[in-house]
Design a protein around this ligand. Structure first.
Ligand SMILES: [Zn+2]
Ligand SMILES: [Zn+2]
Length: 289
C-alpha cells in the first residue's frame, strides 16, 4: 500500500496528558511509503516508535530528510533504534545551517555531555548529504523538492511528488510576517516575499501546513517563525490547494483547542468562497497515496 503516515505532529516541544490524547504528543516525524520506497522527514520524538516498527519489519536502509535542525525536529534522533544495529545504512539529508556541516551538528548533538553514545560509536553506517532549495532528489518513484520557509535559521519545506499526487509539507513557516489585518487586504509589500513559496506550493493536491497560533497569540509572537490561523489560511487562498491538513500543533493547545482552530480555519476560508477542505494531523494518521 502507498501511504503517508504522521508519527509526530506536535511543534516546539513534546507533550503528554489527557488533554492531548486525540492529537498525540510526539514532535515532527513523517513517513512516506510508495511502492516500498520509504523515506522519513524530520527526527522529532515520533522517529523513536517509527524506528522500532521499521526494524521489526526488517528495514535495513533509511533515508532521513531534515527540514532544519531545531530541537523539535531532531530530538528523537538519539533514540532511533536503527542507529544501534550494525548492517543498517542511514542517509541523512539536511540543509546547512549557519555554515556548519550536518556531520558537525550531529557530532555536537551526541557530545558526551548530552548523550552517552558518540557519533563515531554508532553501529549503523551513516552518510551525510546537503539539500539545496529547488534541487530535487529522487527516491525510487518519489521526487522531493525543497524551498526555503520564513523561519529562524535555514529551514526548508518539502514538495513530495508521487506518480499520483503532489503534497506540500511545511511544518515551520511564518506567513505574512507581523501582519494582523484582514487577509483580503494584504499590502503587496507584505505578500511579495511569499510569492516564490506560493508558486512552489500551488501545484499541491494536499498542503500540510502549520497554523500554530490564534490571532491573539500571534500578536505576542511575531518573529517566532510560526503562522496565525488567518495568515496560514491566506496561503491556502493564494495557492488554491484543495486540501489543507494542519500540523505542528502548539504544545499549549489541547485537543479541544486544536479542533476549534481547525473549525475557525475552515469558516475563515468559506468567507472567501474557498472550497478547501481542512483537517487536522494527529500522531498515527495515515493517508493513502
Ligand atoms: Zn518545528
Ligand atoms: Zn524550527
Amino acid at each position: 500500500m502507498n501511504y503517508l503516515k504522521f508519527w509526530g505532529t506536535r511543534g516546539s516541544c513534546s507533550v503528554s496528558g489527557d488533554q492531548y490524547e486525540t492529537m498525540g504528543g510526539n514532535t515532527c516525524c513523517l513517513e512516506i511509503n510508495y511502492d516500498s520506497h520509504r523515506l522519513i522527514i524530520d527526527a522529532g520524538t515520533g522517529i523513536r516508535p517509527l524506528g522500532h516498527v521499521w526494524l521489526a519489519e526488517g528495514e535495513k536502509h533509511f533515508n532521513l530528510f531534515l527540514s532544519h535542525t531545531h530541537w523539535d525536529h531532531l530530538i528523537g534522533f538519539p533514540f532511533f533504534e536503527p542507529l544501534y544495529q550494525s548492517g543498517t545504512i542511514i542517509d541523512i539529508w539536511s540543509p546547512i545551517s549557519a555554515g556548519r556541516s550536518c556531520h558537525d551538528l550531529f557530532d555536537d548533538l551526541l557530545a558526551q555531555e548530552f548523550f552517552p553514545v558518540r557519533l563515531n560509536q554508532i553501529q549503523a553506517e551513516i552518510h551525510f548529504h546537503t539539500i539545496h532549495p529547488r534541487t530535487p532528489i529522487q527516491v525510487g518513484p518519489i521526487t522531493l523538492d525543497f524551498h526555503a520557509t520564513h523561519h529562524p535559521g535555514t529551514t526548508y519545506c518539502f514538495k513530495i511528488i508521487t506518480p499520483n499526487q503532489t503534497i506540500g509539507y511545511v511544518t515551520d513557516n511564518e506567513m505574512l510576517y507581523g501582519y494582523h489585518g484582514p487577509i483580503d487586504q494584504i499590502p503587496p509589500t507584505i505578500l511579495e516575499p511569499y510569492q516564490s513559496l506560493i508558486d512552489f506550493l500551488a501545484p499541491c493536491d494536499i498542503l500540510i501546513h502549520e497554523a500554530q497560533y490564534t490571532p491573539e497569540e500571534y500578536r505576542l509572537k511575531v518573529g517566532w517563525g510560526h503562522s496565525s490561523i488567518p495568515n496560514a489560511a491566506a496561503l491556502l487562498l493564494h495557492t488554491k490547494c484543495p486540501r489543507w491538513i494542519i500540523t505542528h500543533h502548539e504544545p499549549q493547545h489541547s485537543d479541544e483547542t486544536i479542533a476549534d482552530m481547525a473549525t475557525q480555519a475552515e469558516e475563515f476560508l468559506r468567507t472567501f468562497e474557498s472550497k478547501c477542505k481542512v483537517s487536522i494531523a494527529h500522531d498515527g494518521l495515515e493517508l493513502k497515496l
